[in-house]
Design a protein around this ligand. Structure first.
Ligand SMILES: NC(=O)c1ccc[n+]([C@@H]2O[C@H](COP(=O)([O-])OP(=O)(O)OC[C@H]3O[C@@H](n4cnc5c(N)ncnc54)[C@H](OP(=O)(O)O)[C@@H]3O)[C@@H](O)[C@H]2O)c1
Length: 299
C-alpha cells in the first residue's frame, strides 16, 4: 500500500515507518526538514516538505502524527497557538488533499491524546466519557474534528487518544531516567492523578491494527489496559532502577515553574482502551512492570 505519513520523523513515526517498510509498504513522508528526515527513515522513503507536494502520488492510506510537543515549556498564548496551528494546519491540508484526489485514500489514522478528556479525577474513562472543558480538551477536540472532515470524502477516520508513550530513546521516560538514576525522582503533587501510558511498540501495533481493520472508525483510547497513578508510576520506575524516589515535586512549585502546562503533570484520566479491546486488540505490554522491564533491558 502507498501510505502518506505526517510526523514520520518523530518519536513514534520512526519505528512506525520501519515497521511499514518491513511490511513492504511504499512510504510518503511530510517533513519540514526533508534532508534530516531522510537520514532517519527507511531507504526509498519519499520525503517532501508539504502535504500538497503529494497531490500526484495517490496515497491509499494516511497516518497523521505531526504536532509540536505539548509537554515542553510554558503555555504562553504564542505557544498555545503553535500547539493548535502545528496540528490543525497539516490535518486540514490532509483533508483538502483527500478532496482533490480522484480516488481518495481508504483510511486516515490520526493522532489525538488522552488530554481530550481533560481532568477526570479517579473515575474510569472510556471513549464515551464526557470531557472536562479546558485547553488540552479544546486542542484535541479541534484536531479530531478537523481530521473527521475527511469522512465527507469517503475516508474511514480512526482517531487515537494516545497516553504517555514510553520507550528508552525519547519521549518523557528518557527525560525522567537521569533524575531518577540520581535518586532525585519523586511523585508530582499529590501523586494521585492518573497517568495513562503505552509502550511505543504497542502504539505502533495499534496503528497497524487500525489501518487493517476496515470496520473500525471514530475515537480509540490508545493507552495500556492498566493505567497507573503518578505515585505508582514513580514507585515502579524507581524500583526498576533500584533507586529511591522520595523527593516529591510539590504542586505549587510545579504551578510556579510551568504555569498552566503544570495541569498535564498534576491532573489526568484513568483511561481504558475499551473500544480497542472490544475489537480484539491484545497488548504486548499490558502492565507497567512488563513495559519497563523490556524498555530498561534494551541498550
Ligand atoms: N509521545 C507521547 O507521549 C504522546 C502522547 C500523546 C499524544 N501524542 C501525539 O502523538 C503524535 C506523535 O507523537 P511523537 O512523540 O512521535 O511526536 P514528536 O516526535 O514530538 O513530533 C512528531 C513530528 O511532528 C513534527 N512537528 C514538530 N513540531 C512541529 C511544528 N511546530 N509544526 C509542524 N510539525 C511539527 C516533526 O516533524 P518534522 O520535524 O519532520 O516536520 C516531528 O517529528 C504527536 O502529535 C503527539 O502530540 C504523543
Amino acid at each position: 500500500m502507498r501510505i502518506l505519513i505526517t510526523g514520520g520523523s518523530g518519536f513514534v513515526g520512526k519505528p512506525l515507518c520501519a515497521r511499514l517498510h518491513e511490511r513492504g509498504h511504499e512510504l510518503l513522508v511530510v517533513s519540514r526538514n526533508p534532508e534530516r528526515a531522510r537520514g532517519a527513515l527507511p531507504p526509498r522513503t519519499n520525503v517532501r516538505p508539504s502535504v500538497a507536494d503529494f497531490v500526484d502520488s495517490q496515497p491509499e492510506a494516511i497516518i497523521n502524527l505531526a504536532g509540536e510537543s505539548i509537554a515542553e515549556g510554558r503555555w504562553t498564548e504564542a505557544k498555545k497557538q503553535r500547539l493548535l496551528d502545528s496540528r490543525l494546519t497539516i490535518t486540514q491540508a490532509l483533508v483538502d488533499l483527500c478532496g482533490q484526489l480522484e480516488t481518495p485514500p481508504k483510511v486516515m489514522v490520526s493522532a489525538s491524546a488522552m488530554g481530550y478528556y481533560g481532568d477526570q479525577g479517579d473515575r474510569e474513562v472510556t471513549e464515551e466519557t464526557p470531557p472536562n472543558p479546558e485547553f488540552v480538551h479544546e486542542l484535541c477536540a479541534r484536531w479530531e474534528e478537523t481530521a473527521r472532515q475527511a469522512e465527507s470524502h469517503g475516508v474511514r477516520v480512526a482517531l487515537m487518544r494516545i497516553g504517555l508513550v514510553l520507550d528508552r530513546d525519547g519521549g518523557t521516560l528518557a527525560k525522567l531516567l537521569t533524575p531518577f538514576r540520581l535518586g532525585l525522582g519523586g511523585p508530582l503533587g499529590s501523586g494521585k492523578q492518573y497517568m495513562p501510558w503505552i509502550h511505543r511498540t504497542d502504539l505502533v501495533r495499534i496503528i497497524l491494527f487500525l489501518l487493517d481493520q476496515e470496520a473500525l472508525a471514530g475515537p480509540f483510547n490508545a493507552g495500556a489496559p492498566e493505567p497507573v497513578t503518578n505515585a505508582e508510576f514513580t514507585r515502579t520506575l524507581a524500583r526498576h532502577l533500584h533507586r529511591p524516589a522520595f523527593l516529591p515535586a510539590p504542586a505549587p512549585a510545579l504551578r510556579l515553574a510551568f504555569g498552566e502546562m503544570s495541569r498535564i503533570l498534576l491532573t489526568g484520566a484513568r483511561m481504558r482502551p475499551q473500544r480497542l479491546q472490544e475489537a480484539g486488540f491484545t497488548f504486548e505490554y499490558p502492565t507497567l512492570d512488563e513495559a519497563l522491564s523490556e524498555i530498561l533491558r534494551k541498550r
